[in-house]
Ligand binder design. Structure first.
Ligand code: 5GP
Ligand code: ZN
Length: 114
């Protein structure tokens, strides 16, 4: 989609620090990390938010979630744990309108979130 930041990152038009890539998904490091390990997991296809998840091929959803424990293992955060976050819409704090999952680890997280 035109003028979507994460579509441009997915296509390589805007550079990112890639952690993992397949035909369907991209995992890259957040530009403003909130934890020692902070990556964003996105489908390469443009889906604006969790509200449109039905438009996303179920195989891609499956791939995103199956990738998470592998990333945890590879980055040494499986045992201590980590947090997966999806911000949806205005109240959810979503600032980029291309669905993404934050994966944060390497420190103890607080609850409740702000
Ligand atoms: P949201 O607030 O929509 O859940 O998260 C958007 C995230 O994208 C933020 O954590 C922000 O730091 C990150 N971000 C914004 N612009 C860029 C960018 O150009 N490159 C990367 N790698 N991350 C970005
Ligand atoms: Zn997009």
């Amino acid at each position: 989609m035109e003028n979507c930041l994460f579509c441009k990152i997915a296509s390589g038009e805007i550079p990112s620090k890639k952690e993992y890539e397949s035909d369907n998904i991209l995992v890259f490091h957040d530009i403003t990390p909130q934890a020692p390990f902070h990556v964003l997991i996105i489908p390469k296809v443009h889906i604006s938010s969790m509200n449109q998840i039905g438009d996303l091929n179920p195989d891609i959803i499956k791939e995103i979630f199956l990738t998470i424990p592998k990333l945890a293992q590879q980055n040494g955060i499986s045992e201590k744990g980590y947090r997966l976050v999806n911000n949806c819409g205005d109240f959810g704090g979503q600032t980029v309108q291309h669905i993404h999952f934050h994966m944060l680890g390497g420190r103890h997280m607080q609850w409740p979130p702000g």
